[in-house]
Ligand binder design. Structure first.
Ligand code: PLP
Length: 409
């Protein structure tokens, strides 16, 4: 017996299709059977879930809106010069975010690597080829970081060969600056913990003629942050494209001074022989990111916020019906700055550990992800900005169910 694929192959090898039209093979029906649309996710048994946690990288961060997917689809049908895509998109993005220039990178992390590399190499191709080796090259090698900002994210910078010097106060910074100081790096997320604030950091850079860079990966909303730090005078601003902006997860933006963006681009694709060659972003993603950014800026942000508050209220009122449940609404000050809900209880009245609750929600139908407990707390937290319309009701119902079941009567 010929299976469908073999049949088609067999037919196409015949000189004239009509030659077998009169044969006993039911030709038209064999070829016209509408193919069921393939569902690869289901085929591979990959778990999908309601995301009441947030834009976590491990949870694939965000879902791309229709406009972004349409852009990706449309772009996939034609060849283009990668450089031209980056040129044209960069120009538009720069206007939207008030920077001299911009480029789409393979995430905020990649924006930091390429931005750092550009600071070190300038537009000297010899230096580009020398990275990550800095000794005897004439390149600078030190980056100043406040102690409170010195997290794992600095590894994006040290990828280029630079060393981090930790400081706490402006006086310490002044003392640490020397002729090898390449960059002053600022982690927006930890700004409240640091002793030196944004403007002072920028002023320090200007005073010593050293570029400043800010990592604000997860720090929209508010939307204004997209231009706030460019307006403030940071030379390089890095943000994730695939978090709240809902661009492709593998994209980010590097915004900043024209010469630095040009230098950053020399350190990445389509060129080889540089440290950034592996940080490729395809034309679909570059264009998709542009459309995601435009869409994000044009959203009715007040309306979005109201919708999130309504969802939080819905979930809060459902779980509060269970005796012994306490709730607390909060908004993180920086990063994932959206309405969130902390739900806590006492295990003497509700016999359920936060880990157990997480497992029950995860293994339920539909599967739901929430944020795990803070250390030593009997609580879980959730956000609602990654929910699809209507999912807040499901989350509310499932939480109330599990709490009720575990209530000791
Ligand atoms: C998410 C994040 C990054 C990395 O961003 P990607 O877009 O995933 O590369 C860097 N810094 C901070 C503070 C982040 O939250």
């Amino acid at each position: 017996m010929l299976n469908r694929r073999k049949l088609i192959k067999h037919l196409s090898s015949l000189p004239l299709l009509g030659g077998i039209a009169g044969s006993s093979i039911p030709l038209t029906s064999a070829l016209a059977t509408p193919k069921a649309k393939r569902d690869v996710v289901k085929e591979l048994g990959i778990r999908t879930f309601i995301n009441a946690a947030g834009t976590y990288t491990a949870m694939t961060a965000s879902l791309m809106p229709e406009e972004v997917m349409e852009t990706i689809q449309a772009a996939s049908h034609e060849f283009m010069m990668l450089e031209e895509v980056q040129d044209k998109v960069g120009e538009r993005i720069a206007k939207l975010v008030h920077s001299e220039a911009a480029m789409v990178t393979a995430g905020c992390w990649s924006a930091m690597v390429l931005g750092m590399a550009g600071v070190l190499t300038g537009t000297d191709p010899k230096k580009v080829a020398q990275l990550p080796h800095l000794e005897y090259t004439g390149m600078k090698s030190q980056v100043l970081v406040q102690k409170a900002h010195n997290t794992g994210y600095v590894h994006a910078l040290t990828n280029t060969g630079v060393m981090i010097t930790e400081i706490e106060t402006l006086e310490e910074a002044e003392k640490a600056i020397n002729e090898r100081t390449a960059l002053l790096w600022f982690l927006n997320y930890n700004a409240p913990l640091g002793k030196i604030q944004h403007q002072e950091w920028v002023a320090l850079g200007k005073k010593h003629n050293i570029p400043t860079m800010i990592d604000m990966a997860a720090d929209v909303p508010p939307v204004e942050n997209l231009w706030k730090y460019n307006d403030m005078g940071f030379d390089l601003v890095c943000v994730s494209g695939g978090k709240a902006m809902r661009g492709p997860q593998s994209t980010g933006l590097l915004m900043g001074k024209k010469d630095l963006i040009a230098a950053a681009r020399l350190n990445g694709p389509p060129r080889g022989g540089n440290i950034g060659r592996g940080m490729k972003v395809n034309k679909e993603e570059i264009l998709g990111m542009y459309v995601a950014l435009e869409r994000y800026i044009n959203l009715d942000h007040a309306k979005e916020w109201k919708e999130w508050e309504t969802r939080i209220a819905q979930i809060e009122s459902a779980v509060k019906k269970v005796n012994g449940i306490q709730t607390e609404k909060y908004v993180p000050p920086v990063a994932n700055h959206t309405p969130a809900l902390r739900i806590s209880w006492n295990e003497s009245s509700i016999k359920l550990s936060p880990k157990d609750l997480q497992e029950k929600l995860r293994n339920g139908n539909p599967s739901i992800e929430v944020v795990g407990p803070e250390k030593d707390a009997t609580s879980v937290s959730l956000t609602v900005f990654m929910l699809k319309p209507g999912q807040d009701k499901i989350v509310a119902k499932r939480l109330a169910e599990e709490f009720s079941k575990a209530t000791i009567s």
